[in-house]
Design a protein around this ligand. Structure first.
Ligand code: SIN
Ligand code: FE2
Length: 219
């Protein structure tokens, strides 16, 4: 097997890659995960065999249209009692599966090239979108401190990422995210509102789902 540290690029400006700042502290790394995408998907499916994707319920009682699971020592979850991180998967009663090396390696490299050295994620939220799924504008703010960035990896079907501002009001920027794209945000952008527009798309060569891996230092 190819060791994960040789899969992901150290040179961001190799042919075929594009880096685009979204705002100070936030960067889109186009295609950054592409060389390792097959390995990432294989590991994603392995994690999901142990901790299956499920549609969680919000504190308000709504079932989310995005199916979620986690790996790493902490997993993000929501139920009627609130949003939180937990070391155990409530569905199985077991700890979340370990974070695969491919995941960790990609997240650390992406953070580094975006300007966040020494990112040490302990949590990976895995989102699965089917056509019709959406994620409304929100901030990632259940983590204990906001010093570490967020690293967000897109796989499978393309989606429109909504990149808002420091408040919920105003029209978000619409950014198309494709298989292999990575978005990193931290520092002054750490609490930016973001979301995903209703997934349109049909079964294609890219599969029937969009997957997103969101890496965080949650502890
Ligand atoms: C998230 O904010 O948790 C996911 C964002 C995405 O799916 O791109
Ligand atoms: Fe988020």
């Amino acid at each position: 097997m190819t060791p994960p540290e040789t899969i992901f690029p150290t040179d961001l400006f190799e042919e075929g890659r594009r880096a685009m700042p979204l705002q100070p502290g936030a960067m889109l790394l186009g295609g950054f995960a592409s060389p390792g995408a097959d390995a990432l998907l294989a590991d994603l499916h392995r994690v999901a065999e142990v901790a299956p994707f499920r549609k969680m319920v919000t504190p308000g009682g709504w079932q989310m249209s995005v199916a979620m699971t986690n790996c790493g020592s902490l997993g993000w979850m929501t139920d009627r009692t609130g949003y939180r991180y937990d070391a155990l998967d409530p569905w199985t009663g077991n700890p979340w599966p370990e974070m695969p090396e491919t995941f960790r390696c990609l997240a650390e490299r992406a953070a580094e090239v975006a300007g966040y050295a020494r990112f040490d994620p302990d949590s990976c939220l895995m989102n699965r979108y089917e056509p019709g799924s959406r994620l409304s504008l929100h901030q990632d703010r259940n983590e204990r401190d906001f010093d570490a960035p967020i690293v967000s990896v897109s796989l499978g079907l393309a989606a429109t990422f909504l990149w808002g501002g420091a408040t919920r009001s105003g029209k978000p920027m619409r950014v198309r995210l494709f298989h292999g794209d990575v978005v990193v945000w931290g520092g002054p952008a750490r609490l930016t509102f973001h979301g995903v527009d209703t997934l349109r798309g049909s079964v294609s060569l890219a599969g029937e789902f969009r997957y997103n891996l969101t890496f965080r230092a949650a502890r």
